[in-house]
Design a protein. Structure first.
Length: 167
């Protein structure tokens, strides 16, 4: 009995250490997932895979521990859930990689073409506005010159946008 009681203490310490290791490893798996989703870090999938391996190693410690039969269903449930989480992460990472490729090869070049066309249209509009403003200014000066010429020698010049007095 004393021997069994002694093993309880050492076994309990080992169980606590294994539990902490497993919990830490599982949390790191989740952190790697969310970090990748938030930053699209190119190393994200490798970091995730490394953390999954650590979590699986932690589960293996539980599976190989003495008295594991009582915990086998729970250990298997965690292992299955971790496996599904890994598959879902890989599918998501693959889809995001595909989206990035589609964006870089399909959408981004079209966006550049649209931007270039918009710049050309803006330049044409700006030139037309400037031309129109000059025409309006010429018409305004012409109207002033014909309505109230201070001098009979005022002449309209096609070179300058305003009437000129030749005195």
């Amino acid at each position: 009995m004393a021997e069994a009681k002694g093993r309880l203490f050492t076994g309990g310490d080992a169980l606590t250490a294994a539990t902490n290791t497993l919990e830490s490893a599982v949390l790191l798996v989740r952190v790697a997932n969310w970090r990748f989703l938030a930053t699209f870090d190119p190393n994200g999938p490798a970091t995730f895979a490394k953390n999954v391996e650590k979590a699986e190693a932690g589960l293996k410690v539980f599976q190989e521990a003495e008295g594991d039969a009582a915990f086998t269903p729970r250990i298997q449930a965690v292992a299955d859930t971790l496996g599904a989480y890994g598959r879902d992460f890989r599918a998501t990472a693959s889809a995001l990689d595909l989206l990035k490729t589609v964006f870089e090869t399909g959408i981004k070049p079209l966006t550049s073409q649209i931007e270039e066309a918009s710049t050309a249209a803006r330049d044409l509009i700006k030139a037309a506005l400037e031309e129109n403003a000059q025409a309006v200014e010429k018409a305004r000066w012409r109207a002033r010159a014909t309505s109230r010429s201070p001098c009979s020698c005022w002449r309209w010049s096609w070179v300058e946008p305003w009437p000129t007095c030749w005195h």
